[in-house]
Structure formats: C-alpha cells, structure tokens
Design a protein around this ligand. Structure first.
Ligand SMILES: Cc1cc2nc3c(=O)[nH]c(=O)nc-3n(C[C@H](O)[C@H](O)[C@H](O)COP(=O)(O)OP(=O)(O)OC[C@H]3O[C@@H](n4cnc5c(N)ncnc54)[C@H](O)[C@@H]3O)c2cc1C
Length: 639
C-alpha cells in the first residue's frame, strides 16, 4: 500500500529550502539533453515550468487544450500578485506573509510548503519585472502595491485589473523563446485523457487531438500536471468555462492521491447571476474592496434605489462585524457574511441575492480619475455586463464558486504519490489550507513553475540518466490508448436525448445547494443520492452528436462531466468526513454562537488524503497530520 511521506527537510523552517537546494541531487547539463519532460498545462504554473526546464536544457513537451498557451485560464486573474517585498515599509516580511497564509488557510496547510511559497514570492516579482510585466508604479516610479483580504499590509503588486493577463504574457514570451530554441515543443489543442505508468512510474500521457480527433501517445521520463482547478464543478463559477479536473482525476485513478477535495473557495464579489441561460459568472476583483464599501439596507426587503437610501439606513456589515479588517476580511468570511445578510432578508436587487459594493466615498475622497486609474477595466466590464454605471451607482455583487484549495496531494518536492508525476499551481493542494488569501495563487503558481519544481525535479531525474528514451510501443501505452478509445466510444454510443451541459448545470446546482458556502450532514447525504441518480441518467440519456474523429466539443464536455460526477462524490464524502468548520468548509453543525467557523484541532488537524480504491468502491482515507512548530495555533479572528 502507498504510504504518504511529505519529505519535509529537517532543520529550522527558514533554512529548509536553502538547505534542500544546496544538498539535493542534480543532473549535469550534458545529461539533461537525454531526458524528456511532459508538462500538461500552459497557465502561469505550466508555462513557467516549461520555459525554465527548457532553459535548463531538458527536452520539454508541453500541452494545452486551447489554441494558444496564452489562453490558459491564468489570463483571467485580475487583482494582483503577492510578494513579501516590504516596499511600503509597513512591517511586511517573509515570515508575516507565511503567517498570514497559515492563518488565512485556517491552520490546515503544511508549514514548510507555505514558508517556501512566501520565501520565493520575492524572486517571483523580480523575475516578472525582469520579463517586462508592466506592474503599476507609484509617483516615484517604483512598483506600487495594494492590499488584499486577510492582511494588514500592502503587498499586492498589480497591473490594473489584468494582472494575470500581463503575468501570463510575460511567461508566454519566455515560453516562446524556448519553443524557438527547440528545447520546448508545444502541443496546443490536445486534451490529456490518460496517464501512462510503466513499472509504477509516470512515463507518458495519451491525448486526443481536438482538431482531428486522433488519439496520440507521448512519452517522457517525468510528467508534470499544471492543469488548474475544478471550481467549475458548480457549473456557474468565475473560472473559464472549460477549466476542468479531468487530467488530475485520471492521474488520481492511476494512483495519485487527492487531498482536501471539499476545500473550495467561494469568492464574495462576483456579478450575480442575471438569467437562466448563463454559463459563467464574472468576477469583480477583490482589489475593489480596498476602496469599495460593502453594505445592505438596514431595513429588510428595502427596494429603494441604492442612491436613495440615506447613510444612516445603510448597514456596512463587514465594518460592523470585523472592525480590525473591515471590508478586507478574507474571502470565506466575506462570502458567508453576504449569505447571512441575504438569507436574513436584507439582500438587494430583483432576486434579493446581492449586496452593494459602493465607491461613493472613495470617489468623493480620491476623485473619479484615481479610481479609474486603479480599477478602470473592472468598472467597464461591470457596465458592459449589467448596464449599470458603477461610478454613479454601487455595484451589486454575490458570492460564486472560484478557486480550489484541494487538489492532487504532493510532497515537499511537489511530487504526487506516483513516482515521476508532479503537480504544480492550482492543480495541487499544497499551500492554501482551507482558504486561499487573495493574490496568492499567481504567486504560488509562478513560484512552483519558476523556482520550486525546477529545483526539485532534478532529484528524481538524477536517477533516470541511464533510462533510455521511453518508447510509446510499450504495451502500457497500447492499453492506455485502448481504454481512452473505449471510454470515448462509450460516451458516443449512449445516444440519448440530453446535452452534456444540461447535466453539468444540474450537477452544479446540487453542488451549490448542498456543498457550497455552507454544508450539513443531512444535505450532503441527500446530495450523494441526487448525484448517483443524475450520474445514472447521464449514462442512459446523454446525447453526443457528430463523430469522434472531428472537432467535437460536445464529446469534450461529456468526458469532463463524466469525471465531474466522480469528483463530486469524493468532494462530498470529504465534506462529510470533516466534522468541523474551517476556512471555506463551513459545516452548519460546527459554528460559534456568533456564526463563525468552529475548528476541531484535536480531531481534524490533518490533510485528508484520499486513495482511489476502484470502480464503485469507497475511497481510502489517509491522514497527513499537521504539526505547527513556528506558529501558535489559535482561533482565527479578524475582529
Ligand atoms: C476570474 C479570476 C480572477 C483571479 N484573479 C486572481 C488574482 O488576481 N490573483 C491571484 O493570485 N489569483 C487569481 N485567480 C486565481 C488564479 O488565476 C489561478 O489560480 C491560476 O491562474 C491558476 O494557474 P495554473 O497555471 O495553475 O492553471 P490554469 O491557468 O488554470 O491553466 C491550466 C492549464 O492546463 C491545461 N489543461 C487542463 N486540463 C488539461 C488536459 N486534460 N489536457 C491538456 N491541457 C489541460 C489548460 O489548457 C491550461 O493551459 C483568479 C481566478 C479567477 C477565476
């Protein structure tokens, strides 16, 4: 049986990474040319890893399902990226960033990984700046920063509300340089549909060419998944519509354990759903909470236009409940507070499922131009989508599914429980515990890709220098290819009457209603029954038009949704297992008298690590116990 070993280096927390780097095994440059690495994903994490490993001299093959690597979901990131630079001289430090993340994650993350993420954050910003990322600058010409939720310093670097786009373009340019040099080969419009293991080691992948439908074999000495998150399990979410968990799930079914699947972040400031036909929600960045004030009317069902509600009749409920952090409380806290207000009848808009995010005070104080300079593109987006001018009236916002803290379990080297299979960026579970702090995902994805994986993968590859090129003629490749073809044929041959998306929408609703912002035992058990019935219906009544050997987006969706059902079941079982509330996982049975999350450190101070045991068999739970040597574990308070 596979045992989990986090391989955390010995020594003082602040020295572990330096010590690791100076003692780990290396591969000499001449040998690197003999070794192939597959990277699936071209978001910040995958593109950063591909360009760095290409520069180091490895042969890198990189895959994405989009037509260009720069369309990866990272392009959508808006508000900023954290780094412990302390440019503002406001008491920031690597240790404070580390502490904020541990506390923000509600003490459910691994100290050593979090410290390292904070440590490399300073290199990440320098690197992006060197690549030419146009971060905002202050009057004196130095890099500007702003604040994000759950912190009391200003450490978030930003490029208006397009930070992800600018960082991805920078990363993409270094990726292109390697593609031109021939060290990286790019495979766009490919979907990884299976992982290939030989003698227990990750040795390749099976992909479908999304243009021709051809099923292809690709081999390597190691495989890296940088495939992003699965917040789309709610159907309506802030993510790109095609983001999906299938690559990670295929790896999971081949032996990579899955950690904390139920830790999903619900972002407090999305534009509310406008109609039944929507397939996605649009985020209004957390950065807006630097200047925007959140409120609801003090009177229930008050349907006066916002500007007609006088100051004394407004409840700035975050400032009231959390005076120390005010509008900048972490996302889980802000989302639950919005839900509480709306459930209690104070919500605004046609559905009552919205609260106001108001810039009136900020505009009066700083002037319209200053607000436009900081958030102009976000305001424009809001106006285009809703028809309401947020300079003149408050925005309406509501929480939406956003980011997955859970993901493939990885050790300190970012290796999964499969030898030679790594997971980086949002696809792994490693740094954010039960709740991610804003602007720390780009930081982690870039840190993993640029600075961590390129320093850990050598340790494994140093033992592979005598392994010849992996042949795709091996029977393991033939078997994997056959299983992919069988699965696609199975989906094509249901020949029912309903589209894949219609099932996704129904699954998303079950997940949102029973396993969203708050959960309880009875609801979770009900959700399991509803999902089992929906899954059965899917396999009897799915309709996939067209054929396998052509562009067929319905087939792509169907394959992903078939996986979503299984992911959803694990997610709910994980939520049922965790009889406590922590971070984004709010079990209604476990709360304080004033409605805050109530952790149970005695019984649940562990990462829940799930092993796939076979079709229709319950997953096996492993526990990675969390020990905190450098921080005192206490109740999280933002009051
Ligand atoms: C609207 C929005 C705004 C955000 N704003 C911020 C922010 O301001 N700051 C911040 O820190 N974070 C932000 N985030 C979070 C952040 O954007 C993501 O967590 C991060 O970009 C993830 O990067 P990644 O490289 O791990 O994955 P992604 O960028 O999601 O890339 C995944 C890649 O994997 C590929 N892929 C996936 N599956 C397969 C498969 N089966 N076969 C082939 N290829 C596959 C895709 O093609 C893609 O290239 C935001 C998120 C959203 C939704």
């Amino acid at each position: 049986m596979t045992k989990i070993d986090a391989k955390i280096p010995a020594g003082a927390l602040a020295q572990k990474w330096t010590e690791y780097k100076s003692t780990t095994n290396l591969v000499n440059p001449a040998n690197r040319k003999k070794l192939d690495i597959i990277i699936v994903g071209t978001g910040i994490a995958g593109a950063a890893a591909a360009s760095t490993l290409g520069e180091q001299g490895y042969n890198v093959k990189v895959f994405c399902y989009q037509d260009s690597p720069r369309r990866a979901h990272s392009v959508a990131a808006q508000g900023g990226i954290n780094a412990a630079k302390n440019y503002q001289n406001d008491n920031d430090s690597v240790h404070r960033l580390f502490y904020d993340m541990i506390k923000g994650g509600d003490y459910r993350s691994r100290e050593a990984n979090v410290y390292r993420a904070a440590e490399v954050s300073v290199q990440v910003i320098d690197h992006f700046t060197a690549l030419g990322v146009p971060f905002a600058r202050d009057y004196g010409g130095t890099l500007d920063t702003r604040s994000f939720g759950g912190v009391q310093v200003s450490r978030t670097f930003y490029a208006k509300g397009q930070t992800g786009q600018q960082c991805l373009l920078g990363t993409y340019s270094s990726l292109n340089r390697q593609i031109k040099k021939g060290s990286v080969k790019m495979y766009p419009r490919r979907e990884m549909l299976e992982l290939v293991l030989i003698d227990g080691k990750a040795r390749g992948i099976i992909t479908r060419n999304l243009i021709t439908g051809e099923i292809e074999r690709h081999s390597a000495h190691a495989v890296v998944l940088a495939t992003g998150g699965y917040g789309t399990i709610y159907y309506l979410s802030t993510l790109a519509v095609n983001s999906n968990p299938s690559a990670a799930w295929k790896a999971h079914k081949k032996g990579a354990f899955f950690a904390n699947p139920s830790f999903i972040q619900i972002h407090p400031t999305s534009i509310p759903q406008l109609n039944e036909f929507q397939s996605k929600l649009t985020l209004m960045s957390e950065s807006l909470r630097n200047d925007g004030r959140i409120w609801t009317p003090k009177k229930k069902a008050d349907n006066r236009p916002a500007n007609e509600i006088p100051e004394e009749e407004r409840d700035y409920y975050l400032e009231r409940r959390y005076p120390a952090f005010g509008n900048l409380v972490p996302r889980d806290v802000a989302s639950r507070a919005a839900k509480e207000r709306c459930d209690a009848g104070y919500g605004v808009g046609k559905t009552g499922l919205a609260v106001y995010l108001d810039f009136k005070d900020a505009i009066n104080k700083q002037g319209k131009q200053a607000i436009e300079d900081k958030y102009g593109n976000l305001f424009e987006m809001y106006l285009n989508i809703t028809g309401i001018d947020p300079y003149a009236e408050p925005m309406m916002i509501y929480p939406a599914g956003h980011y997955t803290m859970g993901g493939l379990w990885v050790d300190y080297e970012l290796m999964t429980t499969i030898q030679g299979l790594y997971s980086i960026g949002e696809s792994n579970f490693s740094d954010h515990g039960a709740n991610r702090l804003g602007a720390s995902s780009l930081m982690q994805a870039a840190g993993d890709g640029y600075f961590i994986l390129p320093n850990t993968i050598n340790n494994y590859l140093s033992k592979e220098i005598n392994t010849p090129k992996i042949t795709t003629d091996a029977p393991e490749f033939a078997d994997a290819e056959k299983s992919v073809a069988d699965r696609l044929n199975k989906l094509m041959s249901v020949k029912g009457s309903k589209s894949a998306s219609s099932f996704h929408k129904r699954l998303g609703k079950i997940m949102w209603d029973y396993c969203g912002m708050s959960r309880n035992e009875a609801g979770l058990k009900e959700a399991l029954k509803l999902i089992a019935a929906l899954k059965k219906e899917f396999w009897h009544d799915l309709n996939v038009p067209g054929s396998m050997y052509e562009v067929n987006q319905e087939l792509e969706k169907a394959g992903r949704i078939a996986d979503y059902f299984e992911v959803a079941e694990l997610l709910i079982n994980d939520a049922l297992n965790r009889n406590e509330s922590c971070g984004a996982h709010f079990r209604e049975e476990y709360q304080t008298t004033d409605g805050e999350a109530l952790r149970n450190d005695t019984e649940y101070s562990y990462v829940a690590v799930w092993e796939y045991a076979g079709e229709d068999k319950p997953h096996v739970l492993h526990k990675e116990n969390l020990t905190f040597e450098d921080v005192e574990v206490k109740a999280r308070s933002y009051k």
